[in-house]
Design a binder for this molecule. Sequence first.
Ligand SMILES: Nc1ncnc2c1ncn2[C@@H]1O[C@H](COP(=O)(O)OP(=O)(O)OP(=O)(O)O)[C@@H](O)[C@H]1O
Ligand SMILES: [Mg+2]
Length: 321
Amino acid sequence: MLDALWERRALLVSGKGGVGKTTIAAALARAAVASGRRVLLAEVEVSSDEQNGPSPLATLAGARAPGPRVTEVSRGLSFVRLSPIEGQRLFLQDVLPLRVMADAAMRTRALRRFLEAAPALREMGVLYQMLHLLRSTRPDGSPLHTLTILDLPATGHALALAALPDALLSVMPGGPVGRAVREGLSLLRDPALTGALLVTLPEPLPVSETLELATAIQRHRIPITAGVLNRMPDNPFSPDGRAAVERLLDEHGPHRGQRALAQLDRARAAEARLAGNLAAPLFTVPELPAVGTELVERLATHFTRSVVPPERSTGSAGARP
Ligand SMILES: Nc1ncnc2c1ncn2[C@@H]1O[C@H](COP(=O)(O)OP(=O)(O)OP(=O)(O)O)[C@@H](O)[C@H]1O
Ligand SMILES: [Mg+2]
């Protein structure tokens, strides 16, 4: 099951704010490296002002100087902060006859201002840099990075990126932009090559929002590779034990323990609803008592050890007992 994830060229990690996208992206990258993949962990530059500051993903990956150039942070793991300007420069470099012309053009303040002003042109830059990196090969012709994991900043951004190719094609169907967009689209829309990983939490509202996001993403014909139900609370009870605890709690009137049990039930219901309605496999990831790189390491171990019976098309990747 996880091996099937690693067979993709690119995974786009999306979901609402704070659900664990960055943590999951970093943990998956680590697990993929452990299984022998050459992984590029990528994020999107939010504004050109924050070019050199560390981001949560860069910190978790150990990237000391995150920027638009790919840097190797450890064996098998590289990091990049996709930048609209870098993508636009690469694009110009590909369409103009001389590299120096692209560099000179990008130094023109009027052009820079024009490129920065239109959100679609910023998104196009990001998409183009991603495409450029996916195309990059080693001297033997094999991909430079076998798997790219992109941590998308917010669902709005994921949708804007997903919508972009159609929007660009409608205004620029031909020429170099059209060609690049078509190439990007054939990659983005091929479920064997790429797909979205939708991260969510085991609560009713986040699950509803995730199902809506799934519909919106599919409308742009971007495949959904899997759902990730993150921070699943541990259920320590056997059915008998649970009944005994409920009896005890009832005897003591309203109690915090009852809230904990209700949360467990909500989490299970959320998992069942997501598994039943998301047309993609579902990984359930436990809530772990750790933070930062320790959390990432433990989740990576969890992913590496996860075994899912092959006959199950949906279900948990978690080795829950
Ligand atoms: N499985 C987990 N167990 C325990 N804590 C977790 C787990 N996954 C994520 N967290 C914690 O949840 C918080 C949010 O995680 P993270 O920053 O990865 O979310 P995000 O979706 O990337 O947020 P944002 O939308 O702000 O980028 C962090 O404090 C992280 O340590
Ligand atoms: Mg994040």
